[in-house]
Design a binder for this molecule. Sequence first.
Ligand SMILES: Nc1nc2c(ncn2[C@@H]2O[C@H](COP(=O)(O)OP(=O)(O)OP(=O)(O)O)[C@@H](O)[C@H]2O)c(=O)[nH]1
Ligand SMILES: [Mg+2]
Length: 433
Amino acid sequence: MSDVQLKGADRTVLVHLDSFNLTEREEPEEFKELAFSAGAEIVSFVSIGRTQPTARYLIGSGKAQELRELVAEQQADLVIFNLSLTPSQERNLERTLDCRVVDRVGLILDIFAQRAQTYEGKLQVELAQLEHISTRLVRSRTDLSRQQGGIGLRGPGETQLETDRRLLRVRMRQIKARLEKVRNQRELARRSRKRAEIPAVSLVGYTNAGKSTLFNAMTSATVYAADKLFATLDPTVRKIQVPDIGPITLVDTVGFIRHLPHKLVEAFRATLEESASADLLLHLVDAQAVERDEQIKQVNQVLKEIGAEQVPVLEVYNKVDLLESVKPHIQRNEQGKPHRVWLSAQTGQGIELLLQAVSELLAEDLFVAQVQLPHDLARLRARFFALSAVQQESHTEQGESCLSVRIPLIDLKRALSDEGVDYEEFVQRYVQQ
Ligand SMILES: Nc1nc2c(ncn2[C@@H]2O[C@H](COP(=O)(O)OP(=O)(O)OP(=O)(O)O)[C@@H](O)[C@H]2O)c(=O)[nH]1
Ligand SMILES: [Mg+2]
């Protein structure tokens, strides 16, 4: 992994190239932030305008020589490019510049490696790193291989390169198998939550918007429900109480970033896809980010890609503490439905407004119908009364209860599930059309 991992406070030269592909443009600021997040000490920032890409170095060889001088002068250990380099460009640059070279994919992989906290996240990042490395294994080490003495792993007559490749493949297979297992467990847990009709709310948003801060604020600001069911799950899923709704699961997700390297999109797809089955998405936005609108667009794009565009979204504009003229508040659309909440996850101001908005949105799906209940569902009848869901009651000649019911779908489903009645069956047998 040493290929891609940055050491803390590497003396780093950043090379920012205007992309040759216009849709891939990246702001210098974001590039600097990325490098900074990885722990690089930036000693120099080089901006190179759009030139014809070359096969050898990506940049022209004159530019490469200039860089070489800069690297020597600054005693830099590392040069990071903001675009993707081919393995051979990376190698050529390392030879010419005489220091390590990392491209944007390597940089983001490094950040992910530092940040990955969960078992699954770590596996995903390692897999992506191995895939990245596997394209960068080179023949130059071959000569050394036979003298190095195997550790009992090397097959007869195998070169180092073949051994490396084989070991990589073995490790990658192993990781894939483990990931498969974790994902199956997660799928099972998700289904059991669905069966229990606990609404799932997922936090999504551009990196650094404040998702984890909000997640922590929401999980500590509210009472924990019994957490047992998810004890073995990813710790970024928590059960919290929402007023008038009851328990919900809150899911923190990996941050989005423009042009997330393809390998990482693949690696994290499974985690993100969970958002697609959520009942509500909280799209967290850094309200004071200069590129706010662009970031919102990027997130919406990813949501579309993972098939989450059908899920209702509540926008959460975070960091109002940094805005002078905005106080925490709920913004509503023409139907009076909350569509944006302004708050500060850090100071906690506005979190109660968020919970209220979430509560309103989740409660929105109301069940309104005439229901005729047989005697053996007397407990359900009592439950409807207890929930103040009954607007009128009359009785049939046989003494069966006819109720006019108005109740949030969620509450209805929970009541039915407690009484062991299937929702579809309930609708077919007892609801009067
Ligand atoms: N001033 C201010 N800073 C905040 C607020 N919320 C979060 N932050 C800061 O913003 C930074 C990013 O917060 P995180 O919660 O890690 O953001 P995230 O969305 O989880 O980021 P990723 O996990 O990288 O996607 C941290 O330095 C937080 O302290 C807020 O309401 N006000
Ligand atoms: Mg986070």
